[in-house]
Structures are given as structure tokens and as C-alpha cells.
Design a protein around this ligand. Structure first.
Ligand SMILES: [Zn+2]
Length: 228
């Protein structure tokens, strides 16, 4: 009985500590699905999917550096494993590294254990290279359902969608990418673009300069979520 009382008291103290520990609380409070940031703040998050890719990643980082803009990169596990030096370069630049699955398969067709494996393998690959587990993920193609979101949650990941899709993977011109992004983005916006596309790199300076001139600040996803 005395043992039970001691255990109960310990559990109560632990629960209270967890509740009032800001780090723990914030981790628990991070939503499972993030569709946009705070709509009252003039902040936007640039996100780049599918990398890393030799040459393209370096060119993209050079543009971001020139404007002192930090972004979030959703990396494919096999690409990260093939080019760990590029993953390190992204992380060293102060950008956030996210999980874009291990093999970039459509997750909607996969059973839950395979979906979990995809998240796990990519996260472990990223941790082996950068020392940190990612907190954010995006399913390939952006297609999601409850199983995909809950499998991500079990791996400590929040699924991130977007508010402005550059559609840069369709082969449209830099001007068309600019128009699509600038026409759709607003406060708390999340911009979807891709690595490995020349026209994206060409469109990026205009996107950044236009949004800067309108008073927007570029933030990484962790900063965007911290303001929730
Ligand atoms: Zn993708």
C-alpha cells in the first residue's frame, strides 16, 4: 500500500512536471497535420521537396544565402543517403530538414506498416547524417489519409501541407511559377516548390524580392509552428 502511494505521488509529480515543462508541452501540442501558419502574421515558409540533388541543391542554397532566407527541405531518404554532404550543407545553412519518405512511393497504396517503415527509414537516415531527427514530414505527392497521418505521429512527425503550389514539377516557365506562388500566398502561407528544377531556381529571386517588398518575413517550419 505504501509502495502504491509512493508510486502514485511520483506519477503525479511527473505528470505535473511534463505539463509545465515548455519543451514537452510544445512537442505534445504540435499538430498532427499542418496546413498553414498563423494567418495574422506576415510570415511565409518556403519548402522544397524531393532533394537533395547534386548541383541543384547547391544552386538553390546559394540563392537563399544571397537573400539570407531560411527554408525547409523535405528530403527523400534514398537521395539523402546518396548525398550526405548536401544534407549536411542544408543543415549547416540554418535550414530545416524534413522527411519526404524513404523511397518516394505513393503512400495511399501502402499498408500501415510499410508507411511507418518509410517514415522511420528516412528519419533515421537524416539523423545519421545531421544528428537530429526531423519533426516535419510531407507524403510524396501530398496525398494523405488518417493512416498516413497517424503513422507519422507514431514516428514523432507532423504532416505538413501547403497553401501555395508553384506546380514547378509540371515544366511551366519561371514566370508562371512566380505568378502561381505570388497569386496564392498570404500571411502564414506555406509555399510548395521542388529541388531539381531549373525554372524554380530562376523564379526564386522574384518570389523572394516581391514578398520582401510586401513586408513578408521568411521563416522555417519550426519557427512557424512555435508561434501557434
Ligand atoms: Zn515529392
Amino acid at each position: 500500500m505504501a509502495n502504491f502511494k509512493v508510486r502514485s505521488t511520483c506519477m503525479l509529480i511527473l505528470s505535473l512536471l511534463c505539463l509545465f515543462n515548455p519543451l514537452y508541452y510544445r512537442a505534445e501540442a504540435a499538430p498532427s497535420l499542418i496546413a498553414h501558419g498563423d494567418g495574422r502574421a506576415k510570415v511565409v515558409a518556403l519548402t522544397f521537396d524531393d532533394g537533395p540533388y547534386p548541383i541543384y541543391t547547391e544552386r538553390l542554397l546559394a540563392v537563399l544565402d544571397a537573400y539570407d532566407v531560411k527554408a525547409t527541405f523535405f528530403l527523400v531518404g534514398v537521395n539523402a543517403a546518396s548525398h550526405p554532404e548536401l544534407v549536411r550543407e542544408i543543415a549547416r545553412g540554418g535550414h530545416v530538414v524534413g522527411n519526404h519518405s524513404h523511397r518516394h512511393l505513393s503512400m495511399k497504396d501502402l499498408p500501415e506498416e510499410d508507411i511507418r517503415w518509410e517514415w522511420q527509414m528516412c528519419s533515421h537516415t537524416i539523423r545519421a547524417i545531421t544528428g537530429n531527427l526531423p519533426r516535419f514530414c510531407r507524403p510524396p505527392g501530398g496525398g494523405y489519409n488518417d493512416t498516413i497521418v497517424s503513422a507519422a505521429r507514431k514516428e514523432g512527425l507532423s504532416v505538413v501541407l501547403w497553401t501555395a503550389n508553384g506546380a514547378d514539377y509540371t515544366g511551366i516557365s519561371p514566370k508562371a511559377i512566380e505568378r502561381r506562388v505570388l497569386g496564392a500566398v498570404g500571411p502564414g502561407g506555406i509555399i510548395l516548390l521542388h529541388e531539381g528544377v531549373d525554372n524554380t531556381i530562376e523564379a526564386l529571386p522574384v518570389i523572394i524580392e516581391t514578398l520582401h517588398s510586401k513586408g513578408y518575413r521568411f521563416v522555417t517550419l519550426d519557427k512557424m509552428v512555435a508561434s501557434f
